[in-house]
Write a protein that binds this ligand. Structure first.
Ligand SMILES: Nc1ncnc2c1ncn2[C@@H]1O[C@H](COP(=O)(O)OP(=O)(O)O)[C@@H](O)[C@H]1O
Ligand SMILES: [Mg+2]
Length: 211
């Protein structure tokens, strides 16, 4: 990774935009501790280069979702709630169930609660992945194009729900969003990742802040 020096405070929403293949997903994966940084270091919630992300406190909505496709919406979201509970050494209680149901409702997919994920549309599946992460109650959320495939109305409501979560919990949201209009609406700060060339096969992208 090139000259990237980024500090994000709690309560802040930062969006990253940039051309396809520039390394946005890789940046999120690096922060999540899924790939080691080539240079420098990553600090998340006071832990430097965590081999495992600080359990429970870091929520990741991957671009490829990583849902259990044969399991129901409820079960998928419950996995997030239970992961969050386990990380805080809380017993698996009705509280976890409440978190799961609340997040499903916040994403507007309660009618699909018992439906296997594989039967849902792309946009609905994306909302399941978002609900799973909210149910985990993380203090940092890394979201990779989580508003993709959503119609305008659904997109606004999903955006508002996630924004409220961040504000109410003084959480941090780092979101990859290729739609600049959306990114500006969502975030306090917008970063552009680019290599200054048209060739996307790069090894040293630069990141600049857009005012
Ligand atoms: N700094 C880098 N140096 C070399 N290869 C990289 C770097 N960042 C990303 N890549 C590679 O480039 C490809 C696209 O990266 P990705 O993170 O998926 O881009 P994006 O999400 O912006 O479309 C991947 O195969 C990834 O391994
Ligand atoms: Mg990507």
């Amino acid at each position: 990774m090139g000259p990237l020096n980024l500090e994000i405070n709690s309560g802040e929403i930062v969006a990253i935009a940039g051309p396809s293949g520039i390394g946005k997903t890789t940046l999120l994966r690096t922060i999540a501790g899924l790939v080691p940084p080539l240079h420098g270091s990553v600090e998340v919630c006071g832990q430097i280069n965590p081999k495992m992300p600080p359990r429970g406190s870091l929520g990741y909505i991957p671009q490829r979702l990583g849902l259990v496709r044969h399991a129901s919406v409820y079960h998928n979201v419950m996995m997030g709630a239970l992961a969050g509970h386990a990380s805080r050494w809380l017993p698996f209680s009705s509280e976890a169930r409440r978190m799961a149901v609340e997040s499903i409702i916040a994403m507007g997919i309660e009618e699909k609660m018992r439906t296997p994920v594989r039967k849902l549309s792309g946009g609905q599946q994306r909302r399941v992945a978002t609900a799973r992460t909210l149910a985990q109650r993380p203090s940092v959320i890394l979201a990779d194009e989580f508003l993709g495939e959503l119609d305008e109305e659904t997109m606004s409501s999903v955006m508002e729900s996630v924004k409220s979560y961040v504000q109410e919990n003084n959480a941090t949201l780092l979101v990859v969003e290729h739609n600049i209009g959306r990114a500006k609406k969502l975030a306090d700060r917008l970063l552009l990742m680019d290599d200054g060339r048209l060739n996307p096969f790069i090894t040293d992208p630069i990141v600049m802040e857009v005012k």
